[in-house]
Design a protein around this ligand. Structure first.
Ligand SMILES: [Zn+2]
Ligand SMILES: [Zn+2]
Length: 226
């Protein structure tokens, strides 16, 4: 589920850049209102090296932020009130516009694509879990990371799917814990030198299993795609 959702984000960013997404003015408007992408997706975007697209988007975004900067008025506030009052001030309304006006006015488009992809994959998974053949395949798989498992459990359609999700997770956890115990055991000086078996890399697998792959944010808003 992590992989499918992340791949979807990657191809979404690709599509914005390469398939004429930026010709679509409504996408440009939305990206501008979001002040580009969030930190994580902006860096992902950079890694995907969309030179022209980056120039187009950020020329736009910086112009927009410059307009907002020009609209700011001095307002003396405590530090805390400055950081706690949120982006409601960021609209184009009248009234005092403090530094919060620099907050994005809408969600990062890639974050939204991620949430939509997660919802779609989860929907397929939960529908298929009721089919015996898929159920068997799922039982033999590594299952879901913990954040996606939590989401799936909350949306399971019947008791047997719910039980299957838990069963697979427990089997997975037991296998991982055994491998971790083996790493711990081998760390003991008396056993060093033994060849590493299937426990090799288990510590990283355990971390990834606990938090999801990099870029997954835990419980995404499932309603985002609806
Ligand atoms: Zn996951
Ligand atoms: Zn994002």
């Amino acid at each position: 589920m992590c992989r499918l959702a992340l791949r979807r984000v990657e191809s979404y960013l690709e599509s914005i850049s390469r398939e004429g997404g930026l010709v679509d003015l409504s996408i440009r408007d939305r990206i501008r209102a979001a002040h580009g992408f969030c930190n994580e997706h902006a860096h992902q975007w950079l890694e995907q090296q969309h030179l022209l697209g980056t120039a187009i988007i950020y020329e736009d975004v910086l112009g927009h932020i410059a307009d907002e900067l020009r609209g700011l008025r001095f307002e003396r506030r405590g530090w805390l009130s400055g950081v706690t009052s949120l982006r409601s001030l960021g609209g184009s309304g009248t009234g005092n516009r403090g530094p919060d006006a620099l907050q994005p006015h809408r969600e990062c488009l890639a974050c939204r694509a991620l949430a939509e992809a997660e919802a779609a994959v989860l929907d397929t998974l939960l529908g298929s879990l009721q089919e015996p053949e898929f159920g068997r395949a799922y039982a033999g798989s590594a299952g879901l990371c913990v954040p996606h498992l939590a989401t799936a459990l909350g949306a399971a359609r019947d008791e047997s799917s719910f039980a299957a999700l838990i069963e697979v997770a427990l089997t997975r956890h037991e296998a991982l814990r055994e491998q971790l115990r083996e790493i711990i055991r081998r760390h003991d000086y008396r056993y060093t030198g033994e060849a590493a078996g299937e426990e090799r890399g288990a510590e990283a697998r355990a971390v990834r299993h606990s938090v999801g792959e990099r870029g997954i944010r835990g419980l995404s808003r499932l309603d985002a795609g609806r």
